[in-house]
Write a protein that binds this ligand. Structure first.
Ligand code: DON
Length: 575
């Protein structure tokens, strides 16, 4: 990276005003790790376990369970529960997650903990007088899908954790009880969502002050109800959430507030074990997440297209152009074909090298393809570029490699907290297509394949990914940021596996994102001006964005685990 780029990155990253996640005395007690600057990526003292998250408290808790004999799976589970406490705008047990794990015994699982539509859901539930009403799928009762995270994390823990499930949940319960200092990122999202949070009393009671103003960065936040919910889950397992008191409280709230989720919906929720998408790139084998995520499919498809070109001999601007058009073709396919495969057929050929060859032939290195799009609905660019999801990477030298992407969808999900539980509920129903061609919060359009149906799972872009070389795991990665998740993962894989960069170097490269609809190329401001100009000359309409995304990765390099947390988030939260 040139000095100029480094300076630019520093400029954009240094706009933050408060320190994030400064460890409080309570977390010192919890973890034994002294307070210091952001420690998102950590390795155990003996070097045998690594974790990368976007939050120091969560990574500290992961290392605390490792100190008690936990492995990478325990670390990942403990960190994910902790993130639900300290990073509730992004993820939590009221949401869903997708997990890819490679166990020390060599077995690989794709655990689908995606939310599910209630049995009473129907195709037109987000239309009012025949027109989509986005508020219905984004805020309040109807926006909520049946959460999957608790059951998925339990399954992961049972598959390969070295400790007991409760050992991985209780540290987060303690943290919810003793409290934490609100981070910059949470404060920013609270400020942006306070008006909606104010309309739900149980949410306002936690996240707003007595004047209904959002809590500010640095405020100590204790969540006693959430702590109690976590303790019951720790003791009783997922049964408490899906069949016990939690589900009863949630179903009662639904009845009183026009929601559709019933007790029976909770009790019938099931995680699914899926077959990962397996593909080859640059001599490596990639395992990606299959539908209901589009992530694995399109990461593989885009890399397959890039593989058709003589990348080392393509100029930097041509390469960005090529990546952009490969993304455009793939996102056009996403809009047409992708949906929950329990309900709709998704062609396997999308990840076939022969199909990539056909697309590659259509890509012109001199000019962007402009005529593959149909329609350009307005989108909320802010929602597209903000990150409200989180990715957790964990690995150990025993051979457990974990990738978890966990989300409540947009900031604080539906804005609903079920009274008496402290649990923020997702708004994942917005990831369905409310109507064919209608954009969701991320500007994504879809077809019938992603229409709302009872007990169907909405399409996701989450892309937890595992990378293997000669059958041995060498990297785990993933990202937050809606559809930019796919673009981030593609770029990190290209720069590491093909170009030989470290994950840290790869993440420092300026990112681009093109999702077919809207037909614009999002480019980080750090992109050199000459490349921006060249992309415009090739016909791309550029939208400059200060920074996009939040990726986490762990690599195995020279036999050592090397964790990397998103440099953009770290810099944003530094003093
Ligand atoms: O599953 C998905 O693709 C989205 N619900 C993820 C949302 C997300 O990453 C939010 N961050 N911008």
């Amino acid at each position: 990276m040139t000095d100029r780029l480094v300076v630019l990155f520093f400029f954009f990253f240094s706009v933050a005003t408060f320190a994030d996640d400064t460890a409080s005395s309570s977390s010192e007690k919890l973890t034994g790790i002294p307070p210091s600057a952001n420690q998102y990526a950590q390795i155990s003292t003996d070097g045998s376990v690594a974790i990368a998250t976007v939050n120091t408290y969560a990574s500290n808790i992961a290392m605390a369970v490792v100190a008690k004999g936990g492995n990478a799976i325990d670390a990942a589970v403990a960190a994910t529960f902790a993130l639900g406490v300290v990073d509730a705008q992004n993820s939590g047990i009221g949401g869903g997650c997708l997990i890819l794990v490679r166990l020390a015994n060599g077995k690989i699982y794709a655990i689908d903990g995606r939310e599910m539509a209630p049995a009473a859901a129907n195709r037109d539930m987000f239309l009012a007088q025949g027109k989509p009403n986005p508020e219905l799928s984004r805020t309040g009762a109807l926006a909520i899908g049946i959460p999957g995270s608790v059951m998925a994390l339990y399954k992961l823990q049972q598959l390969g954790g070295a400790l007991k499930f409760r050992d991985d949940v209780l540290p987060a319960a303690d943290l919810a009880d003793t409290g934490f200092r609100i981070s910059n990122s949470m404060a920013e999202r609270l400020a942006a969502t306070s008006a909606k949070l104010a309309t739900f009393p149980a949410s306002a009671a936690i996240f707003l002050d007595e004047n209904k103003k959002p809590l500010v960065a640095g405020t100590m936040l204790q969540q006693r109800d959430l702590a109690a919910t976590y303790r019951r889950i720790a003791r009783q397992g997922p049964g408490y959430f899906y069949k016990g008191d939690f589900s009863k409280k949630a179903a009662a709230w639904m009845r009183e507030n026009g929601g559709l989720i019933t007790l029976r919906d909770f009790s019938r929720y099931q995680i699914k074990l899926r077959d990962p998408i397996v593909s080859e790139f640059s001599g490596y084998t990639l395992y990606g997440f299959p539908p209901p995520s589009s992530g694995g499919t399109h990461v593989a498809q885009i890399l397959n297209i890039l593989d058709e070109f003589d990348l080392p001999n393509i100029s930097p601007s041509n390469r960005y152009h090529l990546i952009a058009d490969a993304m455009k073709f793939s996102f056009a396919d996403r809009a047409h074909w992708l949906g929950d495969t329990d309900f709709t057929a998704v062609p396997k050929g999308l990840t076939d090298k022969r199909y990539a060859k056909l697309i590659a032939k259509k890509i012109n290195l001199e000019k962007s393809q402009i005529d593959i799009s149909h329609g350009n609905p307005d989108i909320d660019i802010q929602a597209l570029m903000n990150k409200h999801t989180t990715h957790i990477a964990a690995a150990d030298l025993a051979g457990n490699w974990v990738a978890i992407t966990s989300t409540v969808n947009t900031s604080f999900g539906s804005k609903v907290v079920i009274p008496g539980t402290g649990v923020v509920m997702n708004n994942q129903m917005d990831d369905f297509s409310a109507q064919v061609g209608t954009a969701n919060a991320f500007g994504l359009v879809g077809s019938e394949a992603n229409s709302v149906q009872p007990r169907k799972r909405p399409l996701s872009s989450m892309s937890p990914t595992l990378v293997f070389k000669d059958g041995k795991p060498v990297m785990t990665l993933g990202a937050a940021g809606g559809p930019t998740i796919i673009s981030q993962v593609v770029q990190t894989l290209l720069y590491t596996l093909h170009d030989g960069m470290t994950a840290q170097q790869a993440m420092m490269q300026p990112r681009i994102h093109q999702q077919w609809n809207p037909n614009v190329l999002f480019v980080e401001a750090a992109m050199p001006a000459a490349i921006q100009q060249s992309l415009k000359d090739k016909g791309h309409e550029l939208k400059i964005w200060p920074r996009m995304g939040a990726s986490q990765a762990i690599e195995l390099r020279d036999g050592k685990l090397v964790p990397t947390a998103e440099p953009r988030v770290m810099k944003q939260n530094e003093k």
